[in-house]
Write a protein that binds this ligand. Structure first.
Ligand code: GLY
Length: 377
């Protein structure tokens, strides 16, 4: 299975429309085997496959390399340690050096094979290697399939905050093989599901209702899972197409992230205590409670959001984070390092109801602090 895997009738194809930088997201079981055909169609000769030690220990890496070599390409793997710590300058330098050693030229391609960390890191390496080479994203986690592999955000963390160093670099193709999710630890799948829910909460109320009725089937796999991923990618593609560089609406994709990132920073990115998607779940529940506290959103909608996240096994309160947390002031300080801060003013993504999120740039910081204090008692 090579080119056939890319045109499988049960695969879904979502177009990200960005003029000359438009690309397809192909979603379905087995599409990884079409990687070689997809990359060959881009005219590359040599391919650097960036992955991590966890993915390198599965069948995904040999499958990716075999598909590339079967298509007549020279393929070399660059493997980094698994985990968020790899999203820093030290590992970026290793990856860039590995790609140069593999003789990746301007017309060649970098493949990011892995979850969000690999996608962000490899995408950034591609953005700066020889002033930019093309990148193909092959996300193997739910979070990466529905969010980080799509839309061109790439980058690394700074000790001062997450994702503070990076570039917009759109991929040339995204292959989301739903089979790769079958081996994902349950906690990681669940955390990725928070990003799926996010699209319903932003502007797809019917999708949220569908998830309320069908989340068990999404967790079980099969057509419901593919449908949830494709709907999420379609929702993201639409937002990215109208605001690629996040000067407006794209900030909506950060629903739950201002609170969530603050919690992640507060636990020093210790994934044992809180992984990103769990932070987003808590953050989305907080964004709805904050909206209700400000009188913007019915309390029933905030309760509905909490109910669904909890039904999916996700945390909905900062008090669910194991171990001690700093107080409201500490969380607020982390929020001030958020990328959406403009002239010191925080931007919140708030909601008037399920599927009615909006960007709020004029929230009173004292009200935010009071809300955080209430959340922590
Ligand atoms: N993950 C948010 C964005 O891509 O804009």
């Amino acid at each position: 299975m090579t080119a056939a895997a890319l045109s499988k009738t049960d695969a879904e194809r979502v177009r990200v429309t960005l003029g000359a930088r438009s690309y397809d997201i192909v979603i379905g079981a087995g599409v990884l085997d079409g990687l070689g055909a997809g990359v060959a169609a881009l005219g590359a000769r040599t391919v650097g496959v960036v992955t991590d030690e966890n993915v390198a220990a599965t069948a995904h890496l040999p499958r990716a390399l075999a598909s590339l070599r079967d298509a007549g390409l020279v393929a070399k793997a660059v493997t980094v340690a698994a985990g968020e710590r790899s999203k820093g300058f030290a590992t970026l330098a290793e990856v860039v050096d590995g790609l140069l050693a593999a003789r990746i030229e301007r017309g060649d391609v970098v493949v990011a094979l892995g979850g969000g960390v690999v996608g962000d890191l490899a995408g950034f390496a591609a953005a700066i290697l020889r002033r930019g080479v093309r990148c193909v994203q092959v996300p193997t986690s739910l979070l990466a399939q529905v969010d980080s592999s799509v839309g061109g955000k790439t980058g690394i963390n700074s000790p001062r905050g997450k994702n503070l160093i990076g570039a917009f670099h759109q991929p040339s193709l995204v292959l989301a093989d739903t089979d790769t999710l079958d081996t994902l630890p349950e906690r990681e799948f669940r955390a990725g599901y928070a990003e799926v829910v996010k699209y319903g909460l932003i502007d797809q109320p019917d999708f949220f209702s569908w998830l309320e009725a069908n989340h068990a089937a999404v967790f079980a796999g099969g057509p419901a899972r593919t449908r949830a991923i494709a709907t999420s990618c379609r929702a993201k593609a639409a937002v990215v197409a109208r605001d690629e560089l996040e000067s407006g609406d794209r900030a909506l994709l950060n629903l739950g992230h201002t609170f969530g990132h603050a919690l992640e920073a507060e636990v020093a990115y210790d994934g044992g205590r809180l992984v990103h998607g769990e932070g987003v779940a808590i953050g989305m529940a907080m964004a709805f409670r904050f909206s209700a506290a400000l009188g913007l959103c019915p309390r029933d909608d905030a309760a509905r959001v909490e109910r669904h996240l909890a039904a999916a096994g996700l945390p909905v309160s900062p008090k669910a984070v194991p171990g001690p947390l700093g107080g409201a002031e500490a969380l607020f300080r982390h929020m001030q390092q958020d990328k959406k801060v403009e002239r010191g003013r925080l931007t919140f993504i708030l909601a008037r109801g399920v599927g009615q999120s909006f960007v709020a740039r004029d929230v009173d910081p004292d009200k935010a602090l009071d809300f955080l204090r209430d959340e922590l008692v």
